[in-house]
Design a protein around this ligand. Sequence first.
Ligand code: ATP
Length: 459
Amino acid sequence: MATDSERNERMEKIVSLCKRKGFIFQSAEIYGGLNGCWDYGPLGAELKRNLRNYWWQKNVTERDDIVGLDGSILNHQDMLKASGHVGGFSDPMVDCRTCKARFRADQLGEAKCGEKPSKSPLENGCDLTEPREFNLMFQTWMGASRDETSVAYLRPETAQSIFVQFKNVCDQTGERVKIPFGIAQIGKAFRNEINPRNFTFRSREFEQMEIEYFCRAQDGLRLTDEWLETRIRFYEAIGIPRDKLHILDVPDGERAHYSSKTYDIEYDFPFGVQELEGVAYRTDHDLKAHSEAVGKPQEYIDQAAGEKFIPHVVEPSAGCDRTVLAILCEAYDEETITDEKGKEETRTVMRFDPKMAPIKCAVFPLLKNKPELVEQAKAIKAQLQPLMNVTYDETGAVGRRYRRQDEIGTPFCVTVDFDTIGENGPDLEGTVTVRERDSMAQERVKITELAGYLAERLR
Ligand code: ATP
């Protein structure tokens, strides 16, 4: 079992690697940073895209019973009044009369107070006010006038646009959506969190990957259990093993009032076991609330059975940024190896599942001042480029280039050497060395077979 200080140190190394290698930067860093907002750099953008694409592939493309939606980020105030967000989407907060900081009243133990040395407000004996409710939504105004009628909100979750488009989706997609069926969405959500913290874990702007799976009331609980298992298998498939996940069966009193079953899927982050995703049985609460608000039943019509009803819904709601963070934490590894000269060194390696790796393959010429090697390496890069994200590197010793790719988790490195161009005889001409990241094992592969060789191993 790692100690707290080992876990802190590990997290610091992950955060520093993310910045150094261009995975994640603080938003507006040169202006002192925008608290709770993050920019994904070149590698982070690829990693996040791989996650989004895989989630979409598994939950929409490969399923007959789920369709996609891409709703607007600006939400109608009446829609969020009906959903309960305007009146009730709040956290309890307290202020410290001494240091003037504001904390979430239910997370005082984890918060850090402004006094030095920084302790939790409880340890520091902060002079706290009584808790007050603080609405987490970002409010704005649409159009030229700023009054009550022009108020709109940045959406606090993607789910609500799915509920309010439910009837349109049913009417327009006909045969494809027969209950049970789902509507899936990936997109930004915004919450004015009182204490953003733990790197990207609790941000003010983040992305969700949500499914609303509509069903009959009698199937709700069973489908909640089925979705839980489906989602755990998804995490395993992207490189997060089951034994690092914890399932919390959220007890009565802690669930949303309308939910009769909620599981939180939690991951063992270096800063503690924390939620990645909620799988919630939301009953018919949302569609009913919108039906009442607009005065029209948001119902499902089963033509064959001659039935009309407001369906129940199971919602697997995952955080894209939190999952990216879990992937980064899970992938980070350090090992001691002996280099070619017999010297021990630490190898930092991001052991990404190949599907998630931002760059799939790096191509090197053995020497950069030998034009035949450079030309051949660049030709291989160009040949692979339409098939996968590939990079070219000619600077420094090959050993150092391997280390650089290990640090960003590139599964394969391809080196073009003198054998490739036939300088050592015809036997190995037209072949390259392929080196695998985790085992560091090297294999000779024909250039003509390289694309197939890599594709098979990246799958
Ligand atoms: P938490 O209890 O951590 O505040 P929540 O239960 O309010 O989260 P949900 O409303 O269920 O979260 O949102 C679904 C998912 O959206 C969460 O499981 C999480 O992955 C993601 N998410 C929610 N809030 C944030 C945030 N502030 N930053 C990053 N991701 C978030």
